[in-house]
Write a protein that binds this ligand. Sequence first.
Ligand SMILES: Cc1cc2nc3c(=O)[nH]c(=O)nc-3n(C[C@H](O)[C@H](O)[C@H](O)COP(=O)(O)OP(=O)(O)OC[C@H]3O[C@@H](n4cnc5c(N)ncnc54)[C@H](O)[C@@H]3O)c2cc1C
Length: 489
Amino acid sequence: MLRSLSRLSTRLPVRGVSATRCFSAEVSQDWTDAWNAATENMASNVTFEESAEILRNLTKTDLLRATDLRDSPSRFFEAHRILARHAVDHGPGFWIRFTVHYNLFAGTIVAAGDEEQVGRLADYQAAGELGCFGLTEKLAGVQSGLVVQTTATYDEASSEFILNTPHEGARKNWISQGFVADKAVVLADLIVKGESKGPHAFVMDFRQSGSLVPNVTIDDMGTKTVGNDLDNAWIDFTNVRLPKDSLLRRYAEVDGDGEYQIKGNVRPFDMIGQRLYTGRIAVAQAALEYRRTLYAKTKAYSDAKKMFAFKGEPVLSEIPQLNSLYEENDAKLKELDDYVGECERALGEVLKEGGTPDTRLVDCIATAKVKAVEDSIEMVHRLRQEVGSFALMADAGFKHTDFLQCCKFAEGDSRILMSKIARDRLRLVEKGQDMDSDEGKQALGLAMAMKKHLDNGASKQEAWDNEWKGIYELAETVMARVMKDGPKA
Ligand SMILES: Cc1cc2nc3c(=O)[nH]c(=O)nc-3n(C[C@H](O)[C@H](O)[C@H](O)COP(=O)(O)OP(=O)(O)OC[C@H]3O[C@@H](n4cnc5c(N)ncnc54)[C@H](O)[C@@H]3O)c2cc1C
């Protein structure tokens, strides 16, 4: 077996720094031990092919099933948390590869596929086949509210879909695992009888016997600051023919007469968007785990580092500014752990029921992600300023802090999420709702300021841009309230 699960780590062990966990049927002590054992010997400086092979072998252990996101959400989240701790020593590459496969690729099939399509996930897993997820495009994607320009046109003559990248700006961009994936979930605008039906998810063979399927072109996105054990590709489709059953069809399909049919009252794209919610929780927890592990590792160093003193034998950890930073970090981590944990449990219930989170939970999850990531970026930066030369050492873990940058923009960038939170709050004001509280007054003040711009001839966008500071301030106020109330209030 290649350098994979069995490779020995030369780094500090990362066990023993986790948030306190309550074991359950889904996450038993036995399961946790097995997952730790299967993942504890992660390697640094592996090639992307080796990294992919590690994931193939990990999936084949069956410790985490592709459907666990629905059947055992706590296990799904715990698996992510444990892996995130390795990012301090090995960077973000493997964690991203893992979550793209389990959350974005398999999770989208679980959410939007019918029974037969979901059933195939077990076959992929047994064969160690990996999947990528193609949503982001060069000029559109996650940041633009899930717009896609890639087209999947239904061809009545052959009962197939024809996948196309209409122009260079519509190329799929940054697709993780694009150089190794056997399967792909691709988001494309479905066109039936000349009419756009909006973005739908298609599952396709991406490679057969290791070679790209015909009419798919890929290239490398380039070298990154961290995570180069993860392959990222841009992808171009030219008349790629997909069989009819490639459309994930739990909520919509093209019938025998070539007519588009919606099943039930769920919009297919709403279910695809669900993956962003599970992803946001997983990302929030990953940021907290990275920070917890880095703080633990740094504290182990500063506890052991003796300092000069006329009296006694102080250690670096006792320096007041560092000591107080450790205490502040412990308190803030606990608050965030508790809050994100509440969001995880609330989302877990929804996932098990196969439903969609309500607006309150959506806001709570967005808040969890923004707060966990932004606070971790700040606290890690401050730690770096206080520990002297240690922060410069290659093995200390600070060189992988761009892991937190990845957390910041993955599954919804902080700015985008905050803009949405503020926009939703302003809508309440437009409807004349909830304006008496301090938050309501702040929102009303912002709405009036924007109206003034509009009255002076500004466009809506110009009014929004002119008040950008107020928008993020309003989002901060809403997030503080949402976090205080929690998902269940
Ligand atoms: C390592 C890595 C792996 C990835 N894997 C995948 C994958 O597997 N599949 C996939 O589909 N995608 C993937 N992505 C794409 C990822 O989701 C996007 O990079 C992300 O959505 C950010 O897009 P961008 O970098 O083009 O940001 P840009 O759109 O260029 O935005 C830059 C910044 O401007 C701000 N901004 C942008 N628009 C607005 C706005 N309207 N209002 C306010 N602020 C704004 C934000 O702060 C944003 O961070 C990956 C990216 C990376 C780097």
